[in-house]
Design a protein around this ligand. Structure first.
Ligand code: FES
Length: 109
């Protein structure tokens, strides 16, 4: 499986995010307590960009909050039960790669 380097684990501190491109789309890599997750940078409400604030992903357009580990929406106006599109990662020798794969979730997970 192809893998694409994004960053070293030391490049992103706990509670921070790094923007990168995934197949030409804006994407974010987040660190929450040493756990790394990546999502398409596209809010489930109306496509706003996301930032990290107080350990939550926050849409900069209408301020919906998302869980940075699951991508699940936690506040309106993001639709209840919606999730950010998660990008599959691989971490090897302190380097973070994406695998060109979106993780699809069934509703409610
Ligand atoms: S576009 Fe994100 S809350 Fe509206």
């Amino acid at each position: 499986m192809n893998q694409f380097f994004i960053a070293k684990t030391s490049d992103i501190k706990d509670g921070e995010l790094k923007k990168f491109k995934y197949k030409g789309r804006d994407a974010i890599l987040v660190n929450t307590k040493g756990n790394f997750h990546a999502f398409i940078d596209y809010c489930t409400h109306a496509g706003g960009s996301l930032t990290m604030e107080n350990c939550k992903l926050k849409c900069v357009t209408h301020y919906a909050l998302f869980n940075p580990e699951t991508g699940n929406a936690e506040t309106l106006p993001a639709p209840e039960g919606s999730s950010l599109m998660e990008i599959k990662l691989k971490i090897e020798k302190n380097k973070i790669y994406h695998l060109n794969v979106i993780i699809f979730k069934s509703k409610g997970k």
